[in-house]
Design a protein. Sequence first.
Length: 418
Amino acid sequence: MNEAWCERINPVVRNIPSSGIRRFFDMVAETRGVISLGVGEPDFVTPWHIREACIYSLEKGYTMYTSNSGLLELRCAIARDLAGSYGVTYDPRKEILVTVGVSQALDLALRALVSPGDEVLIPEPSYVSYAPTVMLAGGKVVPLPTTMEEGFSLHAHQVEAAITPRTKLLVLCYPNNPTGAVMSRENLLEIMEIVRAHDLIVISDEIYDKLTYEGQHTCVASLPGMKERTILLNGFSKSYAMTGWRIGYACGNPDFIAAMTKIHQYTMLCAPITAQMAALEALKNGRPAMERMIREYNRRRHVVIHAFKDMGLPCFEPRGAFYAFPEIRATGLSSEEFAGVLLQEEKVAVVPGNAFGSSGEGFVRCSYAASLEDLGEALRRMAQFVRRLGVRPRVISTPTRPLLPRGAGMNAAGSARP
């Protein structure tokens, strides 16, 4: 890099490290025959009826801008979905903003609320975008470490102990990426009592809300006294297999949403109308396909957790999202060493846990959004790798036999394979 030009770059941008996930997958792209358990992307294509709605919208000539806030019909559908699911009501005209994915919604929320020097509390391990986005907004990240022994849950006493006069925001993501942890309603109520007592704001990223396998998801905005001080983020990427459509939304009080919309109208204008039409169809008619996909993720979840335990790798049982976060300390390797050598020797891609903060060291993230066939082969290779490193398996499987039958699972349309 030319040092003279480098010095011209905003020092905040210059000093932010590249994404640990993307950096690692640059290596993956250069390796042939890799089975990837890395990127958090469903292996299903978007259900046909959603794609058809997009095609039909193009045939009808829907190629124009929409309101900065998004199609009113879509915002009304989002409001109905949240009211029906969680009993929390939003005015679609003033309290909902359609965004280009949840990542943009997060960026808008932080830029609208964070002033230079404001402190933002973030539980770790955490999604890779949270800390850098806070820094880009001029804020200071205050990590709140969580542990496997406590189910990667955040506790009220941790939040209270971290609060200073500069604390402004708490960012939450449950079900969690990368751990798959969920938060009980009782735990959240205790934390929100602290939040209200210290007049904090919560940004709650609930993109995995529908992917909750045990118990019921608790929407933070639905808790007593929290709607006005919560910006709720959600979208369509995970539940409806719509990652490439880049469509999300933010809900909050009118002042917060107006400030976010002001930034949005100057930087993005509006989300693409075709993606908005597809999202509308997903909310109207997408639940059956979504539920089929969720059942399949749940099936894979059980397979993956048992496989890691059989390898001798302790693994917290995820109760949401589609990630497993096994501990790999018994191998004697760091997270990056484990992921790098596994890629080189077995051509299996996982994400080093330290990509999600220092609390993730000693773990790797494995997505079970891959097909059962790929999961079976990847787990077989990982078992071989772990055995070579001297980790004693709990159950010894025949090395030449895959852990899963090939061909099991679902096809891209969400139907069961024969």
